[in-house]
Design a protein around this ligand. Structure first.
Ligand SMILES: NC(=O)c1ccc[n+]([C@@H]2O[C@H](COP(=O)([O-])OP(=O)(O)OC[C@H]3O[C@@H](n4cnc5c(N)ncnc54)[C@H](OP(=O)(O)O)[C@@H]3O)[C@@H](O)[C@H]2O)c1
Length: 328
């Protein structure tokens, strides 16, 4: 089978499309012919050896897939050959086939495309875990989403809106803000692509859009923006730490004290490994919202497997808007 392989740590240019042996479904696994693989920022971190989880090389990047079951491992009864399934897999998705533990797989609802099924796992489940299980957002609260035009960002905008929050999007380009508004943000704030000399001016812009402040901030960006955004939290608010595309910031602890606010870490992977029932509940809620037309996968670009490196490169150079998918 063909797979886009990482043989040595490095950027997307180090990936190679190779013929490799097809995996075999072991006990408790199914073999899936991959049809679509969502592209996520951690794919970029994984191939550079910068992610908290390291995969043994060689491996293919790609953490979320959808496809068709082509073989069952010994003792597997939950699925049949021919079933349409979606799976969270960490790595291995940018390949024609992957063997996956059944605990990581779910049937694709009738009427849902492979593309939508593939890309509505990683970012949407992370966003719902962050907003529901960690921040406990209530209807009418104001949620500020940083990097709102990215994958996690656009998912958080939509999930927040579906939970009844007033969502304010923040992003580095008008295109990304327009995309977030189209997906339910009530308002948008443009921030400069890198730290400006006058950060207080950006804080003032945020405060003007937020009014009484943000009850919840969703931060998948970090870097200089964290200091600016935490100054805009309302009394008793929650600052939700999701990721660091702009770098890992240091937080002066006088700020949570002054704001009387909580700083909440989100580790969605740990959640998926330890809280099966809650993970299942969240998945069911997302599938219901999709079926009711209340969420959109936000796809703006599709790439062939041979061009998977270019797909990851779009995240590396910050040009991706919404969600990107590799079609196999
Ligand atoms: N904690 C968890 O469990 C969890 C789960 C999933 C993902 N994540 C993390 O969430 C973050 C976002 O992932 P994603 O897949 O949504 O990524 P993405 O689609 O690439 O979006 C990330 C956004 O970060 C902003 N950004 C700022 N500086 C950047 C830079 N130097 N390079 C690239 N982007 C930059 C960009 O928005 P602007 O241009 O508008 O600033 C971009 O749209 C990642 O750090 C990922 O590891 C965490």
């Amino acid at each position: 089978m063909r797979a886009l392989m990482s043989d040595e740590p490095g950027g997307p240019e180090t990936l190679q499309l190779l013929d490799v042996p097809e995996p075999v479904a072991a006990a408790g696994q199914i073999l899936i012919a991959v049809k679509a693989c969502g592209v996520n920022y951690p794919d970029l971190l994984m191939i550079q050896d910068l992610y908290q989880v390291k995969a043994p090389r060689p491996f293919a990047p790609g953490a979320e897939i959808a496809g068709v079951v082509t073989a069952l491992g010994p003792d597997v009864t939950q699925f049949s050959v021919g079933d349409r399934v979606a799976a969270r897999i960490g790595t291995g998705g940018m390949a024609e086939a992957v063997a996956v533990d059944v605990s990581r797989c779910a049937p694709i609802p009738d009427g849902m495309s492979f593309v939508d099924a593939a890309v509505t796992q990683f970012t949407f489940e992370t966003a719902l875990y962050a907003l529901r299980n960690r921040a406990a957002v209530k209807p009418g609260e104001t949620v500020l989403v940083l990097g709102a035009g990215g994958g996690v960002g656009i998912a958080a905008v939509q999930v927040g809106r579906n939970m009844g929050a007033r969502v304010i999007a923040a992003a580095s380009s008008e295109d990304k803000l327009a995309f977030a508004r189209k997906h339910g943000a009530a308002d948008g704030v443009l921030y400069p692509p890198s730290a400006p000399a006058d950060r207080k001016a950006v804080s003032r812009q945020f405060k003007a859009a937020l009014g009484a402040g943000a009850d919840v901030v969703i931060d998948p960006v970090g870097g200089w923006l964290t200091d600016v955004a935490i100054r805009c939290v309302a009394d008793g608010g929650r600052y939700v730490v999701l990721g660091f595309t702009a770098g890992i910031p240091s937080l002066p602890l006088n700020l949570p004290l002054l704001k009387n606010c909580d700083v909440l870490g989100v580790n969605w992977r740990a959640f998926t490994l330890t809280q099966a029932e809650a993970v299942h509940d969240n998945k069911r809620e997302l599938m219901r919202w999709f079926a009711e037309g209340r969420l959109s996968s936000g796809i703006t670009a599709e790439y062939a497997l041979a061009d998977g490196a270019r797909a990851i490169q779009q995240l590396a150079n910050r040009s991706a808007v919404g969600k990107i998918v590799v079609i196999i």
